[in-house]
Write a protein that binds this ligand. Structure first.
Ligand SMILES: CC(C)(COP(=O)(O)OP(=O)(O)OC[C@H]1O[C@@H](n2cnc3c(N)ncnc32)[C@H](O)[C@@H]1OP(=O)(O)O)[C@@H](O)C(=O)NCCC(=O)NCCS
Length: 181
């Protein structure tokens, strides 16, 4: 069990698995390792996030249970992982600014290409945001995505994120949005 140490009110992790209409959001387990590797080595998934990782290197270096950390949900469809959602605290080195003191929670989402286009990402992210806002009352969530990543831009808007800023980073235009707490 871990807690969100960056904030004053400690939040217990992991929560009980979160069930949506079609999905379950849960903590990572050892049997998810192969899917984490598929996710991070997929050229399609890597298109707007710096490219895919090398499979042989990931096979060697990935932890026994990847993604077992505060704020990282495995998204499970019928007993198998199809994607992941994360809330990570931004650091002083992060681009974009929303709260003057920084340290905002940033939403991330990655899904296997074969699961795209069924509304799973929207369904899972909405449930994850409900968990976040319930456990961190009043806190905003931020999100950065390349403007060229149309699927992600569309998803961000559907989830209720609104634009705060745009900036250049990693050789591409980035969209920085916020969803109020
Ligand atoms: C971003 C991602 C999670 C979206 O997954 P998805 O399965 O397409 O999402 P959903 O099916 O829930 O669709 C959500 C909305 O986006 C729309 N959408 C999906 N792909 C789209 C595209 N290429 N262009 C425009 N809209 C798109 C859907 O139509 C849906 O909107 P609607 O309900 O109004 O029709 C997925 O493409 C992915 O994992 N990409 C790789 C990782 C990545 O780039 N993550 C973002 C890092 S910032």
């Amino acid at each position: 069990m871990s807690t969100d140490h960056d904030r004053l009110a400690p939040v217990t992790w992991p929560p009980a698995p979160i069930k949506t209409e079609r999905l379950v959001l849960r903590e990572s387990a050892p049997e998810d390792r192969a899917t984490f590797i598929d996710l991070f080595t997929s050229p399609e998934v890597g298109t707007y996030i710096g490219g895919p990782h090398q499979r042989d290197e990931m096979e060697r270096t990935a932890p026994e249970v990847p993604g077992r950390r505060f704020g990282c949900f495995v998204v499970d469809l019928d007993g198998a992982m199809i994607g992941m959602i994360s809330f990570d605290r931004r650091t002083p080195a992060s681009s974009g600014l929303f709260l003057p003191e920084g340290g905002e929670a940033e939403l991330g989402y990655l899904f296997l290409p074969r699961s795209w286009g069924h509304g799973y990402a929207a369904e899972a992210c909405a449930a994850a945001l409900d968990w976040f806002h319930g456990s961190h009352p009043g806190e905003p969530v931020v999100l950065t995505t390349q403007t060229a990543n149309q699927a992600s831009m569309h998803l961000a808007a559907k989830l209720g994120f609104t634009e705060v800023d745009r900036f250049e980073e990693f050789g591409a235009e980035q969209w920085f949005g916020v969803r109020a707490g």
